[in-house]
Design a protein around this ligand. Sequence first.
Ligand code: NAP
Length: 286
Amino acid sequence: MINKLAIIGVGLIGGSLARDLRAQGLVGEIVGYGRSVSNLSLAVDMGVIDRVANGARAAAAGADVVVIAVPVASIGDVLREIAPAIGTDSVVTDVGSVKQSVIHAARTALDERFANFVPGHPIAGTENSGVGASLEGLFRHRRVILTPTDETDAAAIERVQTLWQVTGANVVLMDAVEHDRLLAASSHLPHMIAFSLMDTLVRLDEHRKIFEYSAGGLRDTTRIAGSDAVMWRDIVLGNREALLTVLRQYHEDMEELIAAIERSDADWLVDTFNRARHAREMLNKS
Ligand code: NAP
């Protein structure tokens, strides 16, 4: 049971988590804080939070659990702000999509309360933002990765683990370096491809006609290009090295594809497409 839960950043992820925890009867009061008044008022109207605090520190004061669900580059600022309000037994966690940079910021911001911080990342979401896009059941049967350090308090890890398990998620513990490397390939690269593909198309003179004559292929491939630009700016800059490694690999593979088309290499194309098709079947089963 959580008597007071503070959600800082009541958007898609923070709002969805609050909704699940309330639905499961796990929380007493849910206090929210964020940026725009309009989003926070909507969160109250929707019953996602009980009230709005007048600052991040006020939200965190007396909270058993504080969830930080703002874009990753802002997590350090929020942690610095709430640090004096974190009680000895309070647990602070985040949902940021990159982990090493967040852990680095948390260590500096929290100082002696760093052990109370459990870095986390739910592998679930949509391309929509704000509390209006929040969904009950978003995390059911999805993975949540926690990346505690050697200094993280064992009881705090267990508490955050339980919190996510209540939403129906499967919680796994992982090293932050491995998390950032895996997510660079599984999530960050596909987003880069979707953003750049749409940007390439929209800069073609005939883009309106191209969109008009597009079918499911373009829509399926680029759904995630509708994601929030600031959130993705932060993820890219927060996971720069791992993302660059996999982006460079992708760039090399695109050069190979171009070369194969230039030399009309039918065998290369069939082999490559078959390998990709097989990989897609593996993805469906995983
Ligand atoms: P979101 O829907 O835009 O929610 C973020 C909320 O934080 C917004 O309500 C925003 O306020 C507020 N906010 C932004 N900057 C703030 C600041 N400096 N101080 C206080 N509040 C601030 O975004 P989201 O999709 O929930 O993403 C939140 C976090 O979850 C990010 O770190 C992201 O990397 C991570 N994540 C996202 C997904 C996904 O699929 N979207 C999946 C897993 C993890 P306004 O409403 O006023 O803009």
